[in-house]
Design a protein around this ligand. Structure first.
Ligand code: ATP
Length: 290
């Protein structure tokens, strides 16, 4: 028996680091949006008593370092079930180490797939409690859509869905170390705090212009991403409603009302970014392919 799941990427319409906690983690305020770029994760039963992983990309670890592996272990432990053997196949389309939660999406997909495979009937809330042990973004990736994430990212509240729009993701060929990014915050703090209340009002009104005007990510204050300014310039020049960096970067995205504008921006961005994707918002984090 096998279960196949589409695991969607996310972007941050807003990301504020509220404070550093005594345990070293940070309290966050994030408006998260699932987007239609997905990895396909297929979980198949076998009799190996092991978790084995195959992936179409060579630079993704296929051992216990893979978030999908950790998610499977966390699931078996939470439901107190012995693993008789599973294979996890990951077809990656979400650029990795990009601020798009690609690894977390795969972890979420494995938890959702195992719940179906073994008919364990756990609710989304129960699946999220397993997911947060694996990574702070995993609960969002299980639920997905448009959500406010607080705490370390695991306290999720509903906000109204984003209106139809076109989103261009541009990931420059550059790696960001998330740990280093948080250290910069701990050392220097932030110089500007995003207007969280204004954003929540704009979300409630589903006012796409106001949402895009209010988008802000505090990581942009400490992370230097090469070509970020040029990328934003191209996005704006092509009539985007707004642009922002996602997560701890380096992906920068633009939101467009018109598909043709998004297509033109995507074409022009090729000179500054390695991975360029055009997508729309989606209402789920994981979708079982029936
Ligand atoms: P976030 O937005 O949550 O910070 P990200 O998009 O920046 O996530 P990931 O795509 O999750 O980053 O990848 C970060 C690192 O995690 C990769 O460099 C990779 O070595 C490792 N990793 C482990 N499992 C996976 C996976 N299933 N997919 C991608 N990367 C994985």
């Amino acid at each position: 028996m096998e279960v196949k799941v589409k695991a969607y990427a996310k972007i941050n319409l807003m990301l504020d680091i509220v404070n550093r906690r005594n345990d070293g983690y940070h309290d966050l305020f994030m408006i998260m949006q699932s987007v239609g770029v997905y990895d396909t994760v297929t979980v198949t039963e076998n009799t190996s008593k092991k978790i084995s992983i195959t992936c179409n990309l060579k630079d993704i670890p296929t051992d216990s370092r893979n978030i999908a592996y950790k998610a499977a272990e966390a699931f078996f432990s939470a439901v107190k079930r012995k693993n008789k053997g599973i294979d996890i196949n990951i077809v990656k389309r979400i650029p990795h180490a990009a601020g798009l939660a690609g690894g977390s999406a795969d972890g979420a997909a494995v938890i959702v797939a195992l719940n179906r495979l073994y008919n364990t009937g756990l609710s989304d809330e129960e699946l999220c409690r397993i997911g947060v042990q694996v990574g702070a973004d995993v609960p969002f990736c299980i639920k997905g859509g448009t959500l406010l994430a607080q705490g370390i990212g695991d306290v999720l509240s509903k906000v109204k869905p984003l209106r139809k729009c076109f989103i261009v993701l541009a990931k420059p060929d550059f790696d960001v170390n998330t740990g280093h990014a948080y250290k910069q915050f701990d050392l220097f703090g932030k110089t500007h705090t995003p207007d969280k209340l204004g954003m929540l009002c704009a979300m409630q009104a589903r006012d796409l212009n106001q949402i895009c005007a209010g988008m802000e990510n505090v990581f942009e204050q400490f992370i230097e991403v090469p070509n970020r300014i040029n990328i934003k310039e191209i996005i704006r020049k092509n009539h985007a409603l707004g642009c922002c960096m996602s997560g701890s970067g380096p992906t920068v995205f633009g939101i467009f009302e018109e598909k043709a504008d998004a297509q033109n921006a995507a074409e022009e961005l090729k000179k500054y970014a390695k991975d360029i994707l055009l997508c729309t918002p989606v209402s789920k984090g994981c979708k079982i392919v029936e």
